[in-house]
Design a protein around this ligand. Structure first.
Ligand code: NDP
Length: 231
């Protein structure tokens, strides 16, 4: 049985990843900030014996180390860095930037996935798949930015892309792969009600990219359908 560890597992795309992987018969390590208030996740755990819920705030590096220690000796086939925040308030960004908030966005969206990969490398190396996924965003693309705004979010995802691209090259000799995947514009709390895609379809597509992952393409930036995206 394969194992996936999902961050930000309590709602949105993270919850849908947990649902689909659990239904596909995977063991799911569902990590979220506040398990006590994650009704949907507990509902899933009731239906699927292979789903475990763990408390994890990805901004808290000591907590990441503690969870890695708690799960020491276990294999993680796919480490799925999904947790993320938007941060910006586009009504009043430049001119009244909230730099503390920007640091927090970078800590969650950029440092979080790198720290997760560092702490869980032994678990990933024990897995068969040896894959680290970072759910990134087309908004991190310079080439795609023709509308401005969203400084915090854009910079955090661009930096995530740069960092993960390097990790992909650095860890390829050890057989560890990295996938940077944009989920599309999806109806979640972050994506909003006008988004054209449902979480179900986006996650199904991203799971396909995981399924067909090839180490030779490690560090590439693609969308949920596998289409290469410009940096
Ligand atoms: P949601 O806002 O619906 O969910 C975000 C998830 O991240 C929640 O589970 C939230 O937990 C969790 N999270 C936030 N901060 C932390 C933290 N410090 N530690 C642990 N968990 C945290 O967003 P989506 O599901 O839409 O987004 C998932 C990913 O997809 C994100 O990385 C996002 O950037 C990316 N994405 C989404 C797009 C979209 O259109 N929806 C488009 C492009 C990228 P809590 O409930 O505790 O806040």
């Amino acid at each position: 049985m394969h194992t996936v560890l999902v961050t930000g597992a309590n709602r949105g795309l993270g919850l849908e990843f947990c649902r689909q992987y659990a239904e596909a018969g995977w063991r799911v390590l569902a990590a979220c900030r506040d398990p006590d208030n994650s009704k949907a996740l507990h509902g899933l755990a009731k239906r699927h014996g292979g789903l475990e819920i763990h408390a994890l705030d990805v901004a808290d590096h000591a907590a990441i180390d503690r969870l890695a220690e708690e799960l020491r000796g276990r294999a993680v086939d796919v480490l799925l860095n999904n947790a993320g925040v938007y941060g910006d308030n586009d009504q009043n960004d430049f001119g009244s930037m909230d730099y503390g908030l920007w640091e927090q966005v970078l800590r969650i969206n950029t440092l979080g996935p790198v720290k997760m990969a560092e702490a869980f490398l032994p678990h990933v190396l024990r897995g068969e798949r040896k894959l680290v996924v970072a759910v990134t965003s087309l908004m991190g693309s310079m080439a795609d930015n023709s509308s401005g705004h969203s400084l915090m979010y854009r910079s955090s995802k661009a930096a995530l892309n740069a960092a993960v691209r390097s990790l992909a090259l650095d860890l390829r000799p050890r057989g560890v792969g990295f996938l940077l995947v944009h989920p599309g514009w999806v109806q979640t709390d972050m994506g909003g009600a006008n988004a054209p895609l449902q979480a179900e379809e986006s996650v199904r597509g991203m799971r396909q990219q995981v399924e067909h992952f090839d180490l030779r393409h490690s560090g590439e930036f693609v969308n949920y359908l596998g289409k290469p995206l410009a940096w």
